[in-house]
Design a protein around this ligand. Sequence first.
Ligand code: NAD
Length: 326
Amino acid sequence: MIGNKTAVLITGGAGFIGTNLCEYFLSKGYFVICLDNFATGFRHNVTPFLNNENFRLIEGDIRNLETCKVAVTDVDYVLHQAALGSVPRSINDPITTNDVNVSGFLNMLSASKEAQVKRFVYAASSSTYGDSESLPKVEDVIGKPLSPYAITKYVNELYADIFNKTYGLETVGLRYFNVFGRKQDPNGAYAAVIPKFVMQLMKHESPIINGDGNFSRDFTYIDNVIQMNELAMLSENPEAINTVYNTAFGDRTTLNDMVTSLKEYLSDFDSEISNIPIIHGPNRVGDIPHSLASIDKAKKLLNYNPKYSFQQGLKEAVKWYWDNLK
Ligand code: NAD
């Protein structure tokens, strides 16, 4: 507790998902601490919170154990989002990805255990399914990792499990599936596909789809992810903790269909966008062909009830990008 408020530490709180979590938990009356080193997150994401007396920004690196210890002081819950995302980034620089995603994760777990936080909820990843071809993905059937990034995210799950069994720290892992929505960074070499394509189309540039566009993804709107974090953090069902959950909508969309919808929604703002041609390039190393989550476990144990389908979320996201970044 900080003052009379329940305190939530959101690592990576200046990034896409973290910033949305900060905003949500502040709106719910929590004291929110954001720990971020701005490696891929942005100061402008947290600027609106700086005048809020229930918000504290700690600029620091999870690779530093002392920083993690300071950050968890008086904290009730940790929502650990800080990591270096992106499969291609991890292929280009596996050492740094491992340092942040594994050593940094271990620092945060260790600091959380020592501070006796009530629960440690962390961002896991659908990449943990690796080369498993079964669809839909169910939590206990995984394949071999296909990238250094996927290894780091799987190692997170193994460490979280051991910290629960060995030290009694309550943990919940959320395997995010291709999250998208407001405040996701559209720029840079490692930008996610939806914001990148939105920006290109708004500039009347042709998006380049890797491969023939028939690969599919369980694109998940940010508000469904926020709901999962809140449920995982507060669940009082003993069977629901110390495990991992698919965090998705539970439907899949091909890249081609995704771009068609993007063009349609953006055309409401600028009719010329409907005529922009799409280019196809080669497949990308480490990409799996299809991804679709079973969300039965989250529904059963956490009462998860995602409110936004892909299409509903995409409409919201497109409007946000048009209003904020055009
Ligand atoms: P993001 O890059 O926007 O956010 C990550 C944040 O972590 C950034 O603000 C960054 O500055 C911070 N960070 C990085 N290294 C740090 C360090 N050493 N110390 C402190 N802070 C550090 O990415 P995101 O999409 O918001 O992802 C959040 C989490 O969700 C990550 O753990 C990511 O691996 C996971 N995830 C995301 C997706 C997705 O579709 N976006 C899918 C699966 C898993």
